[in-house]
Design a protein around this ligand. Structure first.
Ligand code: U2F
Length: 460
């Protein structure tokens, strides 16, 4: 039924875990409205499509298609992320391929472009086979993309010293465009940890094929990382920063409605006085660190809004929830509309795991951070936040203790001027982020380039 009115057909492959699909879909939505005569088929698992397309599988010129998740029949408890990912990857290539054939039949048109989550590196071959451009989305920052891209270089230089003590604290300038990075903050699987894990293998293969992409886009703005951007632009075709997404996408798809009344709770708090705490969608901090944070909040009498899953709330010190609710010090909720919360003037600091979206949302709102990274790209993001951009207070020892947390909170929230530099730098980056998305800003222009690459002459 789509034929006739549609001029082109673009296939989109999601990596169906964590916040990957909604992020990719938010870009597809922007593209779909820029090019109304192009139909986008969006491939993901039933589980994720169900939440992304709750009412109907078709939304304007975007059509969703389910592919199999690879879970064996009767596998009842999906949720162990690594197992789920491995099972999915085992079937993904075949599933996507079959999916495209079915969608081409269904829509009545061959695809003219393949747009994918960069983790799905193997789809570069399918794009070649079909003779269409291959466009990849890296869901995190230029820093973590660079460390993946230079995996071989890093391994060559540090293969020998791996395992010797103290090497994690060594700071290197090996990554082009990155003056300094602490070796221990580079993603696990590159030089430390299991270099042969399915995930490490996937990332390494990805690094190898990315130069074949017609374009690579990220949720960032190039003024944040001018040197990394310059370098990646020299090794990739059309390396495009098109964010911050939270400033350009009208649908705040990640931030569900404010069902726990966070915003009204913030209304009568002093500007810059409240700590917002959240560790994203997948990290579960150990109980003793949750206790340390809670004790530090009460000790320093810091107002707080804490997004903490119900399962974790039971680890808080006894009486903490009741006391802080009654005296008005804080509010603990299982989910907060984070983007709107960070934009609220009452927020003075964001205590975060350093997930890329959280970091960028904090920057776009001009909120300084306290980072407690756990895994993946979080440590290198935290390095950038603290050492390269200088917009955070450090947690002594890298994990939460009561004393360390008190000090970090005091240092950002104090009104005695000690955090002046941090606040000024945060404000400056916020301004750059907002400029980037304005008409003719860098992200605005880069998005236009992306539209050209993906839909060619079919944009409106
Ligand atoms: C993985 O990160 P996460 O999904 O755990 O964390 P973020 O990248 O920070 O994204 C969390 C999103 O969820 C939103 C928040 C972010 O957009 O605004 N959110 C919310 O609205 N309300 C809440 O109460 C809590 C969260 C991974 F762990 C990271 O290492 C990667 O950097 C990241 C991107 O690939 O994916």
């Amino acid at each position: 039924e789509m034929t006739g009115e549609h001029k082109k057909h673009v296939a989109v492959f999601a990596f169906p875990f964590a916040s990957h699909p909604p992020l990719l879909l938010s870009v597809v939505r922007r593209l779909a409205s820029a090019a109304p005569t192009v139909v986008f088929s969006f491939f993901s698992t039933h589980r994720t499509n169900q939440t992304l397309f709750p009412d109907t599988s078709c939304c304007g010129n975007i059509v969703s298609y389910d592919i199999h998740d690879g879970l064996p029949e009767g596998y009842l408890l999906p949720g162990k992320l690594h197992e789920d990912v491995n099972l999915f990857l085992a079937v993904a290539e075949e599933e996507f391929k079959r999916g495209v054939e079915a969608a081409e039949k269904d829509i009545g048109m061959k695809i003219s472009c393949l747009m994918v989550d960069a983790f799905l590196w193997f789809s570069a071959d399918l794009a070649d086979e079909l003779n269409v451009p291959w466009v990849a989305f890296w869901t995190a920052g230029a820093c973590s993309l660079s460390t993946h891209f230079y995996t071989d270089l890093i391994r060559q230089k540090y293969a020998q010293i791996k395992g010797s003590t103290g090497v994690e604290d060594e700071v290197t300038n090996l990554i082009p465009g990155l003056l300094t990075v602490r070796l221990g903050d580079i993603q696990s699987g590159i030089i430390f940890g299991d270099l042969k894990s399915p995930f490490a293998t996937m990332a390494h293969k990805m690094a190898g094929v990315l130069p074949r992409a017609t374009a690579i886009f990220i949720n960032s703005f190039q003024e944040l990382d001018p040197d990394l951007t310059k370098n990646l632009s020299s090794v990739f075709n059309n390396f495009l920063s098109i964010g911050p997404f939270n400033l350009v996408s009208k649908q705040k798809s990640q931030s569900k409605a404010d069902e726990f009344s966070c915003i009204s709770w913030l209304e009568n708090k002093k500007p810059g006085s409240v700590a917002y705490i959240s560790f994203g969608t997948v990290c579960i901090p150990p109980p003793h660190e949750l206790v340390a944070i809670a004790e530090a909040l009460e000790e320093t009498k810091t107002s707080f809004l804490w997004s903490l899953k119900k399962d974790s709330q039971k680890h808080l010190p006894s009486g903490f929830l009741e006391r802080t609710a009654i005296n008005g010090l804080g509010k603990v909720v299982p989910w907060a509309p984070q983007v709107q919360v960070l934009e609220h003037c009452a927020i003075g600091v964001f205590v975060t795991h350093g997930g890329w979206n959280s970091v960028l949302e904090s920057i776009a709102s001009g909120v300084p951070m306290i980072c407690r990274p756990f895994y993946g790209d979080q440590p290198i993001n935290a390095w950038m936040v603290e050492r390269v951009w200088g917009i955070a207070a450090r947690v002594e020892g890298g994990s939460f203790t009561k004393l360390g947390t008190c000090r970090a909170l005091d240092s950002v929230l104090s009104i005695d001027g000690s955090s002046k530099g941090v606040k000024e730098r945060t404000k400056a980056l916020k301004d750059l982020a907002h400029k980037a998305v304005e008409p003719n800003g860098s992200s605005y222009r880069n998005f236009k380039t992306l539209v050209d690459v993906v839909v060619g002459g079919a944009s409106s």
